[in-house]
Design a protein around this ligand. Sequence first.
Ligand SMILES: Cc1ncc(COP(=O)(O)O)c(C=O)c1O
Length: 359
Amino acid sequence: MIEIPLVDLRAQHEQVADEVADGWAEVLKTTAFINGPQVARFESEFAAYQEVPHAIGVGNGTDAIELALRALGVGHGDEVVLPANTFIATAEAVARCGAAPVLVDCTDDTLLIDVDQVASVTTSRTKAVVPVHLYGQAAPVELLHGLPVVEDAAQAQGARRNGVAVGGLGVAAATSFYPGKNLGAYGDGGAVLTTSDAIAESVKLLREHGSPRKYEHPVLGFNSRLDTVQAVVLSAKLRRLEGWNQARRAAARRYTDLLASVERVRTPVVLGGNLPVWHLYVVRVPDRDRVLSRLHAAGIGAGVHYPTPLHRTGAFAHLDGSFPIAETSAAELLSLPLFPEITESQQTRVVEALAEALR
Ligand SMILES: Cc1ncc(COP(=O)(O)O)c(C=O)c1O
């Protein structure tokens, strides 16, 4: 039985339970399940938190990437550059626009996109790059010159790079409110963040059947809205997010201290200029699969993010190329339990079990 989970959503829910119940009672009373006033309220709170003028709620994080790219004009025949080591959604969103995903490797220390490789794959068809703020730390977006940047900020709500909040590092950013995210809903949800009025207007049209007004559809759109009940949850959680992210930072520091004396473990590296939010605490170990099953047997809910680089999945097997760091690291990655409420004694147990598994 898993005694220390990878994430503990129940502990988080207990803190917002009353607010969510009151908010949902209001939604049930008014029955404004779609486009209720709570959605616009959350959007403006979230935009303020991420320090950008626009946050547009959508159905999920994958849609957020797709709609941001479409708002930028990405479509058939275009190419979009992204890292080989990310959740499959980053590439799915590109492919769903009709564009071709073009992969680059990551750097060995941070596992963030290797920005130095982007220039070598850029062609006249390249319309954008989607750096992924993996595990909660920002990619060095300022080193990507000449291409529009759509940040994949699904794992990085509240993270900063050189003092600037993610979401404002490129022309647009996409985030996910999947329940296990730092800011998680009670179902699917996502948002596009942008400093551009034109992109914001375009995403608003696209998410709502291409419709500025009822029964007017000047463009082909989608049905991708953030539900009112999710907006209630997200507003309640957003008020606590900064504290939760600080608690994650303290827990990450504690892991790094505890693991200093454990041999054969590579602890995560934070890129200079970054203030991470530790969506995941990912170490690298030899013989990972054996270590993982020994941790599970010891009741520790460790995970792997992600076991298969994109070009090794069936869906994207046609994206050939050499991505040696993504491939080598995929066999070593191990995510340790991390959530704001994790206790010192839980972390000590995780580290003891890991040391034992590595013996
Ligand atoms: C890096 C990354 N990109 C995109 C997504 C897609 O978000 P969603 O599951 O809300 O579609 C996720 C999370 O699932 C993610 O971790």
